[in-house]
Unconditional design. Structure first.
Lengths: 482, 288
């Protein structure tokens, strides 16, 4: 399809970021050399090597946990809660001040469009710190009775899809409740976490309160299994989440897991189709579909299926795929070659199992990792693309006739993270929302996030919540009841 | 004293609102603390545990969809019916736990009062644990607690009635259904409680009570894919870690046992309800 509008390139300048040739680990308030191998962080849009980063060894993790323990016992634990809050307010402000720098760096390292890193990831990360800063001296009202206590040292492992935002979701509540942190960013996206370490220095955050140990799975395992860690928080795949739950079994460690999803986005025949189509696009193509709560299963009422799909395809034809730093880009690069291979493999399986693949004509750059927005129709609930998380810009379309069938199909999943409902009928929204076994339900909207709003899953999408009052409870124990 | 020969009770399982024997035909001898024979209890098998999970899953939609007010009344009704069997419970608790009459009476009183306490919680949980979230945008956003689903409970080994009620009632108050493995050595008050549940207004399948060995039943419940959560309070020493590992295979919510059995007379707060509640958050745009 010929493009309705031609857009001149509108690239955001990358001169605002200054990437060092190599980075160490951030332990006890300082950047130190790691004792493990180093690895390269790559710009997925160009395959250009951005920098070299240390893979934290077991000894490095020991040092980081020891620093966190010291900081917890001597400084952060005994500190006046209002002062802890003030440090978090400082961090929120510093993130706002350096927002453009963070946004550009995030897009370079992750491949997401600058429009999203600039308008979603970074502002929300700052908002999370601002929100939790205010909780620090109000924890008596967190629902655990008066005088709740922090757990101690939190070991946190985060994914590559929202590197800075997931850091904020983890670090802000941990610090506000008086815990100290050892955080392991994802292997492919360590750079904004390392820039955040600079922010901690600028905020004069006491050494050891936040420690950042980069690395891959082995480093993460060392953090999770460390004997002096009191709390483990993980966001990532259900498979790794299960192995973490196994590893902490029988220990004193408290665990929260935010795992995979296969969200149903349900469109009823009375939904305003244009709005629903925008929501479907936002639901599955936001962040290249690298979203655990992505609306990856479209359940559309049979009577409007053809109209909805035609409209959806027309809209997808206008999405611009390409340079993440271009302000007009809608869909950026796939984060890694490995993830691209997985998306390709599952899409091929979808076709082999009998679903119909549709992709718009679109020119993809020669270098880098790219996958066009993809819609599968004629998908049956038994197909792997209807059951497994693709974690890419791939939508599976199923149909239903009655609301009961929609609910049954939506709930027919081992996951239960999120869901969407599109209808003009309020009473139907409330009924369906009640029946869906999912932690977040978006009605006539999708993929909205806010620090005041608890986020997390049912079933094998994990347990515990992040955000809101609920998110604090994963980092606290009651004075009388656990 | 009458020379009438007593009619003794057959103690059986409680599954799906009925009282079957174990499909395995197995029983084991239950004695009082001095070793005198009390009864032969059914020793539940893996198949019984599976049947109980099927029953609990089938009962979940009805029990969880009941209004909180109605669920509260049903739990209160359990207390009412228990009160009528007060003497029988005292006798069984005294024999099974080796308690004096007055201590057994205190335990039974506390167990009945605990049902009353949890009955009063059902219609307050949403207000205490849920609420509106002031998001930075034109959306109405609220969170509410919902039951986790089917909960397996390994009931305490020591406190055969008060401990049992203290772990079962909070699971039910939140809207979950339960598969309970009773104390192995002291299962008789649990079977009498089952008779109370059957004659209260608790729908069949909502609570399933298995007498037998938590050591063998625990493994099967921990790994069962249709169990959403497991309370390991009564897990035999040394097995809790293994059960927790098995539970990880389906991301079950797990309540770990404490080193010693808790003081069941203490106010439990929300601590036994929140592990079996999910938080659902709903967003809707505000506009015209």
């Amino acid at each position: 399809m010929t493009s309705l509008f031609e857009y001149a390139p509108a690239p955001e300048s990358r001169s605002i970021v200054d990437i060092a040739p190599s980075y160490g680990l951030f332990i006890d308030g300082e950047f130190v050399d790691g004792t493990g191998e180093s690895f390269k962080s790559v710009n997925p849009a160009t395959e250009e090597v951005l920098t070299e980063v240390s893979a934290g060894s077991g000894a490095d993790v020991d040092r980081a946990v020891a620093a966190a323990r010291r900081a917890f016992t001597r400084v952060w634990g005994p500190m006046r809660p209002a002062d802890r809050g003030k440090y978090l307010f400082r961090i929120a402000r510093l993130l706002q001040e350096r927002a453009r720098e963070f946004a550009v760096l995030e897009s370079l390292d992750n491949g997401k469009p600058i429009r999203e890193s600039r308008d979603v990831d970074v502002p929300l990360a700052a908002a999370h710190f601002f929100y939790h800063a205010g909780w620090a001296d109000k924890l008596d009202h967190a629902g655990l009775g008066p005088g709740p206590r922090p757990l101690g040292v939190a070991g946190q492992v985060i994914p590559w899809n929202f590197p800075l935002l997931m850091l904020a979701w983890k670090v802000a509540p941990a610090l506000a409740t008086g815990n100290t942190v050892v955080l392991k960013p994802a292997e492919t996206t360590p750079l904004t976490a390392l820039l955040f370490a600079e922010v901690c220095q600028q905020a004069d955050l006491p050494p050891g309160v936040v420690n950042i140990v980069t690395g891959a799975g082995d480093t993460g395992r060392a953090v999770v299994e460390h004997g002096d860690v009191d709390k483990v928080a993980f966001t990532g795949s259900t498979e790794v989440g299960k192995s973490i739950a196994r590893a902490v079994a029988g220990t004193r460690k408290s665990l929260t897991l935010e795992l995979g999803g296969k969200a149903a986005n349900i469109v009823f025949d009375d939904a305003p189709i244009d709005q629903a189509v925008e929501g479907i696009v936002q639901g599955i193509f936001f962040n290249q579909g690298h979203v655990c709560c992505a609306g990856s299963r479209l359940l559309v009422q049979e009577s409007v299926h053809d109209e909805a799909i035609a409209s959806l395809q027309r809209r997808i034809g206008t999405l611009r795929v390409g340079d993440p730093l271009d302000k007009n880009t809608d869909i950026g690069a796939i984060n890694s070659a490995e993830q691209l291979a997985r998306i390709r493999e599952l899409s091929d399986v979808g076709e082999a199992e009998g679903a119909q693949r549709w992709q718009p004509a679109c020119d993809l750059p020669d270098r880098g990792f790219w996958y066009p927005p993809t819609v599968f129709t004629d998908v049956s609930p038994a197909h792997r693309i209807a059951r497994e998380e693709v974690f890419g810009p791939v939508l599976s379309v199923l149909t239903f006739r009655t609301p009961d069938e929609a609910v049954a199909k939506a709930n027919n999943s081992t996951y239960g993270l999120s869901a969407g409902i599109w209808t003009e009928k309020g009473s139907r929204i409330l009924k369906i929302a009640n029946q869906l076994r999912a932690g977040v339900v978006w009605a006539n909207t999708f993929n909205k996030f806010d620090p005041t709003s608890p986020f997390g899953g049912y079933k094998q999408s994990g347990y515990g919540r992040e955000g809101g009052r609920h998110g604090l409870t994963g980092y606290l124990k009651g004075a009388t009841h656990s | 004293m009458s020379d009438r020969l007593a009619v003794r009770k057959t103690y059986k399982l409680y599954v799906n609102g009925a009282f079957p024997r174990s499909e395995s035909g197995r029983t084991y001898e239950v004695t009082d603390t001095r070793g005198h024979f009390l009864a032969n209890a059914a020793r539940a098998s893996r198949k019984d545990a599976r049947d109980a999970v099927v029953a609990a899953r089938a009962a979940f939609p009805k029990w969880s969809a009941m209004t909180a007010y109605n669920r509260g009344q049903v739990l209160y009704r359990v207390a009412e019916v228990m009160e009528g069997r007060h003497a029988q419970f005292c006798e069984e608790v005294a024999a099974g736990e080796g308690l004096s009459t007055s201590k057994a009476r205190a335990a039974v009183d506390a167990a009945i009062d605990r049902w009353v306490w949890y009955a009063g919680w059902t219609d307050k949980l949403a207000a205490v644990l849920g609420g509106a979230n002031p998001v930075a945008g034109p959306y109405f956003d609220f969170s509410m607690p919902e039951p986790t689903g089917v909960v397996a409970v390994l009931a305490p080994q020591q406190s055969s009635l008060l401990g049992l009620v203290s772990v079962l009632a909070p699971v039910l108050a939140g809207g979950n259904t339960a598969v309970v493995v009773t104390s192995r050595e002291r299962p008789l008050p649990a079977v009498t409680l089952a008779e109370v549940l059957a004659t209260s207004d608790v729908p069949g399948g909502t609570v399933n009570l298995l007498t037998g060995d938590a050591e063998e039943l625990g493994t099967w419940l921990a790994e069962h894919a249709d169990v959403d959560a497991i309370d390991l309070t009564g897990a035999p020493a040394g097995r809790a870690m293994e059960f927790e590992r098995e539970a990880a295979g389906t991301v079950k919510r797990v309540v770990r046992p404490t080193a010693a059995e808790p003081d069941w007379t203490a106010d439990p707060g929300l601590s036994r309800m929140t592990p079996f509640l999910e938080t659902k958050t709903v967003w809707h745009p505000i506009g015209v």
